[in-house]
Design a protein around this ligand. Structure first.
Ligand SMILES: C[S@@+](CC[C@H](N)C(=O)[O-])C[C@H]1O[C@@H](n2cnc3c(N)ncnc32)[C@H](O)[C@@H]1O
Length: 312
């Protein structure tokens, strides 16, 4: 279903299901032969959600069955797993570096099924704020409680829509803008209208004391290239049709969830506002972890940005 300004969702619906897709990729990577991440909670979330499109990536037998009927499927799913694996490493390292630098206040925007509050070795005295839609956070906390999992930091959940006044909700729950913060926006920006992305970074900037850090992944320059979009659409539609036939259920069209709009360049914006920003491309991350990709066209144009605010 197309997006609307005030839409909301549960974990298996609309944008919520994308968090399950990421968890499925993390589960597949964690259980692979040479994993570069270890996220034991990813499998727990996928299993708790029950069957859906996410089950395919997390289940090698189903993935093989899909690849039998749609030969592109194997390569496309492997790129997704590799993408999520290197992205996870990037954000893990970002947070560990910020913690080493003394940051004890962490805000995970669009936390989805990110399990960092449970699995990273946070220094004593760290508070992690997680923001996402109410039903997404409800599913997450219920699943973690049923599993008996305990957060490794002081965890504060903030059920809120990131197009609304989330800074108010954050501060009401104890966030202190005078302390340095490490912020992440992982897998979020293309689900926001371009104007909402601008407001998001203005708000992050306004709440960031000197010594703060921010990391985000963002669509790369070629993302809206019409030929690339058409090629991706054709491949995704074939995959969707094959998956729907195999699962005997409707498979949502991911493209309907994105806002395909020209956007402010995140690194340029941060630099203009006094942050020291650095950019790594997804290709560079894949090469760093020796994840060869059979067809470069399968790699979504993506940049990973991290920045430190030392002045400004
Ligand atoms: C692709 S998932 C990424 C989740 C998580 N960051 C990760 O990498 O595992 C996108 C997440 O963004 C959240 N999200 C997207 N738009 C949002 C909004 N307007 N308000 C709150 N959450 C939002 C979704 O609910 C979902 O959990």
């Amino acid at each position: 279903m197309p997006r609307t300004d005030n839409d909301s969702w549960d974990i298996t619906e609309s944008v919520g299901a994308t968090a399950l897709g990421v968890a499925a990729a993390r589960a597949a990577e964690t259980e692979s032969e040479n994993p570069i991440i270890n996220d034991p909670f990813a499998r727990v979330f996928v299993d708790a959600a029950g069957p859906g499109m996410w089950t395919v990536m997390a289940n090698p037998a189903l993935a093989a069955q899909l690849a039998d009927s749609e030969p592109d499927a194997r390569a496309r799913m492997q790129v997704m797993v590799d993408f999520m694996a290197v992205r996870t490493v990037f954000f893990d390292e970002f947070f560990l570096n910020a913690a080493d630098a003394g940051v004890r206040q962490v805000v995970i925007l669009a936390a989805g099924l990110d399990s960092r509050a449970w699995r990273l070795p946070w220094p004593a005295g760290t508070t992690v704020y997680e923001l996402d839609q109410p039903k997404v956070l409800e599913f997450k906390s219920t699943t973690m409680q049923q599993r008996g999992a305990r957060p490794a930091a002081s965890l504060v959940s903030i059920p809120v829509d990131l197009r609304q006044d989330w800074p108010k909700a954050l501060q009401q729950k104890g966030f202190d803008p005078t302390k340095p913060t490490a912020w992440s926006a992982e897998g979020l920006l293309r689900y926001l209208p371009a104007s909402a992305q601008d407001v998001l970074f203005e708000r992050i900037h306004a709440l960031s004391a000197q010594g703060s850090w921010v990391a985000a992944n963002a669509p790369g320059k070629d993302f809206l290239n019409p030929e690339r979009v058409a090629r991706q659409r054709e491949q995704m539609n074939r995959l969707r049709t094959a998956a729907a036939r195999m699962l005997k259920t409707e498979v949502p069209n991911l493209e309907e969830l994105w806002y395909p709009e020209e956007r402010t360049d995140v690194a340029d914006w941060l630099t203009d506002h006094g942050w020291d920003a650095s950019v790594t491309t997804l290709e560079e991350m894949l090469a760093r972890y020796r994840r060869g990709v059979s067809d470069e066209n399968l790699i979504p144009p993506t940049v990973l940005v991290s920045a430190h605010r030392s002045s400004g």
